[in-house]
Design a protein around this ligand. Structure first.
Ligand code: CP
Ligand code: NVA
Length: 328
């Protein structure tokens, strides 16, 4: 398997075999890290990390993974750099790729990271756009593999806004890997028809399937994994909360929802999560609507079936593998 020089912009560009290769490599790196075996094979290289949106996990994962691999990293945001205001993406790409061996980008439209990749001489990695979050998929699928020992045949139920980065990416990843993807949400939040068609093609090849349903119980029925994400994503206006509270509350992940799933089912969430009112936004919204939590109950989040912190840790191991595989 040779992925050297490849961009990592969406899992649409990667085959099942390539994704499995990245997951296996991540497991190897995780093992080395746990055993304290040095793996700084990329000494002398440097990577640039562009963040137009905030981050805890993704930024730390890229920085720590780069350090473990022996590389330097430089963090750039639009406030403290020329990106966007005074310099185009095309010019930024040409400047950065003359200094760095790889470039990570987190921001808004997918077309921006595609443009960056078009003008870059070095691999470009998508650290989240409105449409996709491919590095999150590697962490999620490594976590699922660790929990169940396999991917094929498992059912993942995604509850909430299924037409944004997480819903789209999970539908792609599940159907590529031979899993059954169910979205439980109202029609307005179903993934777009074009992507559903593409993923139906993947499912046909892999033995997976897609179910889009407005019935939360039907989505969760016999699920191995129940997954959710915040109801309002980064970059969306605050005014949208009212509509999302109304539309998505029926799809909140609760213990009752888990009663439809398999007894062995686990809970995953890309994080950050509003599972209580202990955050600035969480407190404000919970007070305004008279609730204790938003997309998932604290009971589920804190239960033994919740693997969200294993999942968060796996961001680092999988990002490390993805960089190691694609760097020249
Ligand atoms: N899941 C995820 O991407 O987290 P951050 O926003 O903290 O990077
Ligand atoms: N849908 C969320 C994912 C965060 C990791 C967002 O875009 O804000």
């Amino acid at each position: 398997m040779n992925l050297k020089g490849r961009d990592f912009l969406t899992l649409r560009d990667f085959s099942k075999e390539e994704i499995n290769y990245l997951l296996d490599l991540a497991a190897e790196y995780k093992d080395k890290k746990k055993k304290g075996i040095p793996h700084d094979d990329f000494r002398g290289k440097n990577i640039a990390l562009i963040f137009e949106k905030t981050s805890t996990r993704t930024r730390c994962s890229f920085e720590i993974a780069a350090h473990d691999l022996g590389m330097g990293s430089t963090y750039l945001n639009p406030k403290d750099s020329q990106i966007g205001k005074k310099e185009s993406i095309a010019d930024t790409a040409r400047v950065l790729s003359s200094m760095f061996e790889g470039i990570e980008y987190r921001g808004y439209g997918q077309e921006i990271v595609e443009e960056l990749a078009k003008y870059s001489k070095v691999p470009v990695w998508n650290g989240l756009t409105n449409e996709y979050h491919p590095t999150q998929m590697l962490a999620d699928f490594l976590t699922i593999k660790e929990q169940f020992g396999k991917l094929e045949g498992l059912k993942l139920a995604y509850m909430g806004d299924a037409r944004y980065n997480m819903g789209n990416s999970l539908m792609i990843a599940c159907t590529k890997m031979g899993m059954h993807f169910a979205a439980g949400t109202t029609k307005e939040y179903f993934p777009n028809d074009e992507l559903v068609k593409v993923c139906e093609g993947y499912a046909k090849e892999s033995g997976g399937s897609i179910l889009l349903t407005e019935d939360p119980a039907e989505a969760a029925k016999d699920a191995d994994i129940i997954y959710t994400d915040v109801w309002v994503s980064m970059g969306e206006p605050d005014e949208i909360w009212e509509k999302r509270m109304h539309d998505l509350t029926p799809y909140k992940v609760t213990e009752e929802l888990f009663s439809y799933a398999k007894p062995t089912a686990i809970f995953l969430h890309c994080l950050p999560a509003f599972h209580d009112d202990k955050t600035g936004i969480g407190k404000e919204i919970c007070e305004k609507y008279g609730v204790k939590e938003l997309e998932v109950t604290d009971e589920v989040f804190e239960s033994p079936r919740s693997k969200v912190f294993e999942e968060a840790e796996n961001r680092m191991h999988t990002i490390k593998a993805m960089m190691a595989a694609t760097l020249q």
